[in-house]
Design a protein around this ligand. Structure first.
Ligand SMILES: [Zn+2]
Length: 107
């Protein structure tokens, strides 16, 4: 039984990060650029190198290792939950609130 409950826990964590990943993949280019720039301040040197390469004008493709780091470490952090409690929407990192909460609660 112990095994079963720990599996459930792992499954929940996976589902959670999958939601973030899915939301991050749904960002449009502008939103992704905003989020990537926002993340630059918080990531380590390897990750910031990857972000700069993505944002760069050369369009140099990422190596497989860089892609792996991007998909596992950077992409899920490009979105965050809307800052209004109870709101389930995702927003680009650094944005704070989703559009409807922004109108309803913030302005
Ligand atoms: Zn919201």
């Amino acid at each position: 039984m112990v095994c079963k409950s720990s599996l459930t826990k792992i499954f929940k964590e996976v589902t959670m990060s999958d939601k973030f990943k899915e939301a991050a993949q749904n960002l449009c280019d502008d939103e992704r650029t905003i989020a990537l720039k926002e993340r630059l301040d918080y990531v380590d040197a390897t990750e910031s190198g990857i972000i700069k390469q993505i944002l760069g004008r050369e369009g140099k493709p990422l190596s497989n290792k860089q892609k792996f780091i991007y998909q596992t470490k950077i992409e899920p952090t490009l979105v965050e939950k809307c800052g209004i409690q109870g709101c389930e929407k995702f927003v680009p990192a650094g944005t704070g609130y989703c559009d409807s909460c922004q109108i309803e609660y913030v302005e």
